[in-house]
Design a protein around this ligand. Structure first.
Ligand code: AMP
Length: 212
């Protein structure tokens, strides 16, 4: 069964999806991370996605659906967390075509005010290999520039520059917010406060998922 983790860029979806996967054993797909892997590999998908991602724009829906359908695999009773998909109404509708095999049980909106999002994104750093998230002030690495988990280089994402951040936040408002109404209409929306400590937010999300 699918649990959608949605929210603006910088809301903490990636950090929380990783924790939920590590501690609760949920399968997870971060579409952003899957695309970054393709860009690094220089694959056909990576070639389509790279420039759009750097600019903070959405990658075409058909590319995303191919990735998501392949990763979901066989139907299972277990929780499958989708981090960053769907990101517009058309993606929500396409995901529903898999409903008999992979039903959406809840869409969780991790809510964080815009000024806090900008602060988080401008200081964000990520591991170039495993994708672990850090923040220069709020969650620094133990050794500067080196991932605590895998020792690879920690970098600033290309799309965390001010222009791309503004584009991504606008796209969230225009394209992604409508999916909240879509899931609300189906009685599947759950809004979770995305502010506070990582542990507090984790407990809130775990509570929602365990209540399913
Ligand atoms: P994220 O890591 O979730 O912030 O995603 C980084 C970038 O990957 C986004 O700004 C988009 O360019 C692309 N991306 C990720 N997920 C999607 C999606 N569901 N639809 C279209 N583009 C996506």
């Amino acid at each position: 069964m699918i649990v959608i983790l949605t929210g603006a860029p910088g809301a903490g979806k990636g950090t929380q999806a990783t924790l939920l996967s590590e501690r609760c054993g949920y399968a997870t797909l971060s579409t952003g991370q899957a695309l970054r892997k393709q860009v690094k590999l220089g694959s056909d998908i990576g070639k389509i996605a790279g420039e759009l991602m750097d600019q903070g724009k959405l990658v075409p829906d058909d590319v995303l659906f191919k990735i998501v359908e392949a990763e979901l695999g066989e139907p299972t009773e277990k929780v499958f967390l989708l981090d960053g998909y769907p990101r517009n109404l058309s993606q929500s509708e396409t995901l529903d075509t898999l409903n008999d095999r992979h039903p959406v049980k809840v869409a969780i909106e991790l809510f964080v005010p815009r000024d806090e999002l900008v602060k988080r994104l401008s200081g964000r750093r990520v591991c170039s290999d495993c994708g672990a998230n850090y923040h220069v002030d709020m969650a620094p690495t133990k050794n500067e520039g080196v991932c605590d988990k895998c020792n690879a280089e920690v970098i600033q994402r290309k799309d965390d520059n001010p222009e791309s951040v503004a584009t991504r936040l606008d796209i969230f408002e225009e394209n992604t917010k409508p999916i909240l109404g879509y899931y609300d209409g189906k009685g599947l929306l759950n809004r979770v406060d995305g502010t506070g400590s990582t542990e507090e937010i984790f407990e809130r999300l775990k509570g929602v998922i365990e209540s399913l």
